[in-house]
Structures are given as C-alpha cells and as structure tokens.
Write a new protein. Sequence first.
Length: 609
Amino acid sequence: MRREATPGGNAAIAGLLPGKQSNQPLPLAGPEGLARVYVNGAGVLEELDSGMSLYRVKPHLDLIRYARALIHSERDELKFIWADSQSRWLFVELHAERESPTGARVILQLQTIDPPFGLTLRELDVLTLIAAGFGNEAIALRLEVSARTVTKHVENIFTKTKTARRAGVAGMATDRGLLRLPTPGGPESFPLGTGTIERLARQLEHSVPRPSSRIGKRPIYVGMPLALTGQGKPDAIEMLSGAQLAVAEINARGGVLGREIQLLTVDCDTGSEASVFQAYSQLISAEVDAITAGYSCVETKIQKLIADYRGPYLHAATMASAVQRVRDDLSNLGNIFQVCASDINYGLGLARCLTELESAGQWRPRNRRLVVLQPVWPGLDIGLAELDRRTARLGWEIRVLSDLPQENVDWDAVIRTLHRLDPSVVVLASYFTEHSIPFQRAFLKQPIAALVYNLYSPSVPIYLDALREQANGVLWATTTGLYSDRIGKAFVARYQQQFGRNPGQSHASIAYDRINILAGAWSRIGNSRRFDKVVADLRSSVYRGVNGAYYFGTDGQVGLAFPDDTQDPSISQAHLVFQIQNGLHRILSPRPYANGVFKLPPWLERPQT
C-alpha cells in the first residue's frame, strides 16, 4: 500500500374548501377536530376550555414552538395550514395575549379541515410561494422540481380556486391563511410572517434553557450537539429530524415515566475541538439527562468532559480510536457508547464487496489498482491495513491520497491525478456530501473506467437531490443503515407523514433509534437521573431498531457489524453496501438484507474517452 501526494501537495488541490371567498375561519371537518389551548413563553400548555384540547395539541410540538415564537415576536396573530403525522390538514390560528395575569401567552386554536379547494399538499406549497411573491423559476429552485412542473401546479391552482391571476390567488392565500408551515423550501429569505415565526422558532429551539426544578414537572432532556450551520449541516438536519420523530411518538404515548422528552440542541463546528467542547459544556450545564451525537467525541479532552458528566452518551462517530480509549479505561469512560461499528470496518466491507462482485462475474477489473482519496479528518481509519492484507493476496495494489484538505478541494486536479494512476476502483473516504457531490461531478466530466465507492455520504438525501442521474452507478457503504424490511418501511412512512420528505439511509434512523434506546433504559430503571443504573442497563440490553440490533456489552461498548464482527444478526447491524440505480438506493449485500443486484455504472457501459 502506497501513500501518494497529489501534484504540488495540499497547495495544488486546496484550493382550502371550495366555496365563496371570505376572510372567515375555514370550516371544521367535524367537531372532534377542534382544540384550543394557551401556550406560555416557555412553551408550556395550559387548558383553555376543552377537556380534550391538551391531549390533541400535545403531540404537535412544532405548533407549540410556533406559538412560543409568536410571544417573542412583534406579531399578535398568525394563521396557517399544517399537515400532521396522519396527513390530516389542520388550520391553525395563533393569537397573542400580552397582558394576561400570568404573563404573555398565546391562544392556539387548531381545526381539522378538508383540503381547501381540493388542493394537494404540493399545490399548497406552490400557492404559499406565490403568495410570497416568488416566480415560477424561483419556486422550482426552492422545491427542487422543474419549472414545467411548477407551471402545471400553478395552472391547477388557478382552475381549482377559479382565479386567473397570481395577484388574486396571492391575496386570497394571505387573507385566509392558506400558507403552509413548515415553509416550503425553508424559511430563509421568506418574506411573509410565517417565515419570520418559523425562523424565530428555530432560534429559540436551538437555545439551551435551564430546566425547571419543580418535582414531577421537569421534562427529560436529551442534548444534541449538531453542525447546524457549517460542514455536515445536511447530516445534522437528518439527525435532528430522526430524533424529533422519536420524541414526538414517545410523547404522544404519554412520555417516559409520565414526563415528556425534550431535545436541547447546540450548534457547533464538528471540525473544531474548542467548538465541540463548548457545546458539550453548555449541554452538561443545562443538566441534560443524556447526550446523543453523530461526528463528535473523538478527542481525549472531550471524552474526559463526558466522563465527568457521568450521564449516558450515545454517539455514532464511528472512530476506532474513540472506542479504544473506552476499552482501555472503562472504569472512567463507561458512560460512553458508540452505537455502531467503527470506521475500520469499512476496509473489511470493501474487500468483501470487490471479491463478491468479481467471483460472481458481475464485474471484471481492467487492472488491480485501487486508489483511496482521504480528505484530512482527525482520527479517521477506514481499515486500510486490513484492506491491504485481504486484497494483496488477490494481487491488488492500493494507493492512498491522504493530503486532501477538509475544504476547498480542487477536484479537477484530483481527477487528473486519478487519470495518471489509472485505477480500476476509486474510494472516496469521506463522510461529507461537501466532498462527495463535487467529486462525482468532476469525475463524470472526465470519467475513468473504474468503480466509484463512497463511505456513507450518499445516504444523505441532498446527495441524490443534487446529483440526480449523475449519481447512478455509485457504490457506497455504511456501518449502520436503514433496513429495507417491514420495520424500516414503517419508519419511512411515519417520517414522510411527519416531515413531508423521505429520510436518508442512515443518520435519521440511527438518531431515531438512539432516542428509543434511551427511553427503554429510563423506563426500566424508573429514574432518568440514576446515571449509574441507566448506563448499566444500556450495557446489558438488546434493542432491535430501524437500523438493526444494538448490543453494547462488548469490548469498548461499541455496536457490532454483521457479518464481519459476528454472524449473529440479532445483536448486530448489517454493514450495508448500496448501489444507486435509477435514482434509488439498492442494497447489494449482505444477505438477507439485499434488495438489488449490481449493475455496471453508466460510465463503464459506454466507451471511455
């Protein structure tokens, strides 16, 4: 195995119901669809006049957040439409009472309605954006669809509302509150009041309040350090959404031990030890009951901070170095659990994939040269030594380009280097779509007759959204991924209902599983603050989640990979190898999880130039 520098080192590559129009509230689908409650500035519900209102409103956490944001805004009222997890349409009205005896509060009223004018949710999205003044091209960009599709939706809206002009439907939508939240395409640069309230709700959600000290009233807090504004943001959104879904479902069932779960998030730069340390310190100071994370906790200083905290910490940093420190010092670091197998398993999975493809006659390499592109990331070890050992006996030569910077990679220069090295397999060893998307674009401008194999990053929805057909043929692997079984499909359906989009193939579902793992331990122990007993329960229990089975009674308290760490799928998660085919992720291995068969990538089917 040879490590090579790209030319010139880093410097070279751095680089609404039918009827007459009115301003009256929309009609109810039935009396059972009405709920009215007070929401105070802390987001706490108070009964108003209906014995069932709290029960109906409590699962709708986003609505409570919007009501809380209204209190902190300069607005006194807001009307909008919201679709709940059962795809019911709710017409929501918020009215601020700033002089009440108990302090400022909001009356939150929601009504179940039939879709106004027979609109679809996508047509409501388009109507919302028309009301905000966006043209068809801008709407297409925000919704990531073609301009032709938007034009068709606009025509449908004109027909259904019996309105012939954009100004007419825009005025009607704003007057009657036919605006959707969450804002289609995101609230950034959205000029209407709904966008303002959604942006403020996010800011308030990402602040860290001090928990209430009242016995029996305090929620169970889960802290989440997330890269919400920097590198890794698409992943952070996946993690947050998966956790939010789990919390909403658990709270709808009555919470844990009669208490609600709440998420406390802190934005941080996962590439900066100081930023991560500050985020964890902030969460620990807020007395959270557990912390869950993705890329964090690889530095010794941060692990010591978490050890001193003593509460359960579940992460998916997939770093063998982090696991080794737990293995070496379990008495002090015993509250740290890596919920999936370590990055060193990627080498094993790659060697197995290449061997299986060649043995089955599905692919014949032109030569036995393999190049690994590895942007700098502290502690990353994808198991190159084991990959080299397993492939060397089959005649493979591995070369590693390990001096790529984390940011501003000159991918065109990298592709020129690949042409010089002429491999049959190119492995991009990065977890970030900020690397994998521009690499694939550069690769297809001057393709090589080689397989492209990624780690994990294509699991994030933005990868397919950005590349579309350019992603077809790409192979990728993850040590923890969304199964295509009955449990996985049910999760996808619930996620779609909650957020109106599909989850990715890994981090949304593992974040969902982490919350449920913790909730199970808290329920069995009966006290979320008995950290020692909760940690012991996590160490001894098995949980079957969306991404497979979790068992931490291992050396280093790390999740097991199937089939490399164990042949027992009841205590492990499958190391899944996918291929993108016709815009879909197909699992190629291992069995019995496969739901697809390898196909030659498009750039290998046509003659290379």
